[in-house]
Design a binder for this molecule. Structure first.
Ligand code: 3HC
Ligand code: NAI
Length: 684
């Protein structure tokens, strides 16, 4: 049965799509729409058409699962051209999200009416492509290039009210009366001699200065670095301004075809589906209940505790935060306020929102204040004895059914659970620093964590805008475990003669926001370092001993100026050379290629071990961890997808080649070897 049905409401043909979950514009939908427009044309009794959708949303775009498969007509551009060419006016009735091809359908319609809660956007760029059904040409004609360009290049949707202001929406409907309002609107306009045809409009293009494109591209260069699609988007919108529609649409088509068959788009589509797959937890079904979380408790108001608290405060959940000393508590609360105010200064929050969030915070030194909390997260020092002590106390205080979580980076959550009388209520919630900003949350499933506790954590992650991935209990879970594998090689590489800034550069050229030595300087080299016991056993020890403790002391691996801009240090070069000599490591020139392989391939090897041991549910989860927790470039698809695109046999061969330097402790994962031998991939 076709997902498209038609019915007549007097002289208006109501065309309805019912293609759950998001009314993606798959082949059957496209064919149904084309038939409906033909039906309207051939029936004299029909004087206008309304296109609407059942379910939660208007068309949310082309069907992404069809990409990469042989196309079956009618194509979306053909269908939209047919809608636009209809002699009888067509009205788009929009609710939910009109995205991508969905907004392009709406732009092909002569009139657009939407409920106030609707959102409209062209997010194709996030999938590594550009709108390929006329969107780059019609949107600038309807709302002007200045407003259209950011929508197309950044891909963020806008609310209906804003769309109305821009002229993208002709009218706002009642929230509960969209279809009736759309039919009434169709009747209102049907007698007009002419109806707006988006592709034929030139009024918003006249006199537009194309210099705008260069200025805009320069201003946004940093955030677009490495991505192919944004450049193509800019080129297409420029064509809309400089060329007639028929030619502009050809430019769009060519760019679309090139991108959709390219590596970046394949990688970004993988990320899209990976993000959705990550939310699915083995052994936790749709019918697993979720516990209600109305109040949150946090132990420790340090770097992480404060950031974690902000997530919940911003989401409107009251937070009780507990410290050992008044001074630490005051400092923690002041930092939270300062962070909010900084965000408010950038326009992310209004002053009222800041006050509202702060009013939900209860700082205290009294553990007993946590007794009413539904979820308690500890973010105290990374020390098992302290963590166990905290869990023992929480077991006494927390109400029955409360979820007890640890934000530990590396420690064993099973051991913490074991000191309580309720291990089923215990899990790890590993946030990433800065916790109010980073999107990733590792949900650490301990041996006895109950399914409903995992489900609650996953649901909660969505409420606070995080992407959550489930990890098993192992040293460093998914992300930090792979990071540790990389760090081992980074430390070796600088002894062998690679300079720290060369190591960092290779990774930033690859697309990561920073390399291991920049990261170390930022975090502080003295984390976990002890001045009393330090005796020059590592490069880090020596740097710390010489007062080079990172950005905060204006020198670490790099020298820093007053703007915290780092530059290579001769002193550090000498320290490393001396240390290498002492250790008997001969220094040599190390190629960029070796640096990249020695840093990334052991990570992938560790990823394979994580999979082998069942510490990650699927390879794509590892990609989501690295993209959202460490800034791995999404356009490569994440480390495991990238490994697949390199060829696993290539990686195994390189690891064998580097074996003498990787050392005797380094073992190639069996899963990696097996997959390489069989020509298989980690990701689908
Ligand atoms: N094609 C195929 N499947 C899609 C899809 C699409 N365009 N959009 C969503 N889905 C699937 C998801 O994979 C998910 O499947 P699952 O349940 O099996 O995991 C299901 O629909 C529900 O999606 P979400 O979990 O994302 O649901 P939400 O309610 O959280 O979000 C949404 C809904 C905002 C519509 C979100 O799904 C979304 O952003 N979708 C993608 C929109 C998009 O990128 N559109 C552009 C497509 S490309 C295009 O149109 C090209 C054109 O220019 C030619
Ligand atoms: P921090 O040193 O900034 O903060 C810890 C806070 O806990 C201090 O303010 C301390 O006074 C307080 N505290 C210690 N014992 C306490 C107790 N018994 N009761 C109440 N408060 C107590 O440390 P940070 O960086 O916030 O780390 C906290 C936890 O988060 C650690 O387990 C760490 O491994 C983890 N983590 C840290 C990340 C980071 O980048 N800093 C990232 C992810 C996790």
């Amino acid at each position: 049965m076709s997902p498209i049905t038609t019915r007549q409401d007097g002289d208006v043909l109501v065309v309805t799509s019912d293609n759950p979950p998001v009314n993606a514009l798959g082949q059957a939908v496209r064919a149904g729409l084309a038939d409906a427009i033909a039906q309207a044309a051939s029936d004299d009794a029909i004087r206008a058409v309304v296109i609407a959708c059942e379910g939660r949303t208007f068309f949310a775009g082309a069907d992404i699962t069809e990409f990469g498969k042989p196309p079956v007509g009618p194509s979306l551009p053909e269908v939209i051209d047919a809608i636009e060419a209809s002699a009888k006016p067509v009205v788009a009735a929009i609710h939910g999200t009109a995205l991508g091809g969905g907004l392009e359908v709406a732009l092909g319609c002569h009139w657009r009416i939407a409920v106030p809660s609707a959102k409209l956007g062209l997010p194709e760029v996030k999938l590594g492509i550009l709108p390929g059904a006329g969107g780059t040409q019609r949107l600038p004609r309807v709302i002007g290039p200045e407003a259209a360009l950011p929508m197309i290049v950044k891909g963020d949707p806008i609310p209906a009210k804003k769309a109305e202001g821009l002229g993208l929406i002709d009218r706002l409907a009642g929230e509960d009366s969209l279809l009736a309002d759309a039919i009434a609107f169709a009747r209102e306009v049907m007698d007009r001699a002419e109806h707006p045809v988006s592709s034929a409009r030139t009024d918003r293009l006249e006199g537009f200065d194309p210099a705008f494109f260069d200025t805009w591209a320069a201003e946004n260069a940093r955030r677009l670095k490495g991505y192919e699609a944004p450049k193509a988007c800019i080129e297409a919108v420029r064509a809309a301004v400089e060329k007639p529609y028929a030619e502009g649409v050809k430019v769009e088509r060519e760019l679309f075809m090139k991108l959709v068959t390219g590596a970046q788009s394949a990688a970004l589509r993988h990320v899209f589906f990976a993000e959705r797959a990550a939310a699915k937890i083995d052994g936790v079904g749709k019918d697993t209940p979720s516990r209600e979380i109305k109040t949150v408790g946090i132990l420790g108001a340090g770097t992480m505790g404060g950031g974690i608290a902000m997530n919940f405060l911003t989401a409107g959940l009251p937070v009780t935060i507990v410290e050992r000393k008044q001074e630490a508590l005051d400092r923690g609360v002041a930092t939270i306020r300062k962070n909010y105010e900084r965000s408010a200064a950038r326009g992310r929050f209004t002053p009222e929102q800041v006050e509202k969030a702060m009013s939900l915070l209860t700082p205290t030194l009294d553990y007993a204040a946590l007794s009413g909390c539904d979820l308690i997260i500890e973010a105290v020092f990374e020390d098992m004895a302290i963590k166990k002590d905290v869990f023992r106390q929480l077991d006494q205080i927390a109400k029955p059914g409360a979820i007890l979580a640890s934000n530990t980076s590396y420690l064993n959550v099973d051991e913490m659970a074991a000191v309580t009388s309720r291990p089923e209520d215990v899990l790890g919630l590993h946030f990433f620093s800065p916790a109010n900003v980073m999107r990733l949350l590792e949900i650490v499933r301990a041996d006895r964590t109950a399914p409903d506790v995992l489900k609650t954590a996953m649901d909660l992650s969505k409420r606070i805008g995080k992407v959550a991935v489930v990890a098993g209990v192992c040293f460093g879970f998914i992300g930090n475990r792979m990071l540790a594998a990389r760090q081992v090689e980074a430390n070796k590489l600088i002894l062998e003669g690679a300079k720290p800034w060369d190591v960092d550069r290779v990774l930033t050229d690859f697309g990561l926001p920073m390399g291991p030595f920049q990261m170390a300087d930022l975090a502080g080299l003295d984390i976990g370092w002890n001045a009393e016991t330090s005796n020059g056993e590592s490069v880090r020890d020596i740097l710390c001993e010489r007062g080079r403790r990172g950005q905060k002391t204006s020198k670490g691996f790099y020298d820093y100026d007053e703007n915290r801009r780092g530059s290579p240090s001769k002193e550090v070069e000498q320290i490393i050379a001396d240390f290498a000599k002492k250790e008997g490591v001969e220094q040599r020139g190390v190629s960029d290629r070796e640096i990249l392989e020695r840093l990334t391939y052991p990570m992938i090897n560790e990823g394979a071990k994580i999979l082998e041991e069942g510490m990650a549910q699927r390879a794509s989860d590892i990609d989501i961890v690295w993209i959202n927790g460490y800034g791995w470039p999404p356009y490569t698809g994440g480390p495991m997808f990238w490994a697949d695109s390199q060829g696993l046999d290539t990686i195994v061969a390189a690891l064998k080649r580097h074996a003498p330097r990787l050392g005797e402790d380094f073992k190639i994962a069996k899963l990696l070897q097996d997959k390489a031998a069989k020509g298989e991939r980690f990701t689908g």
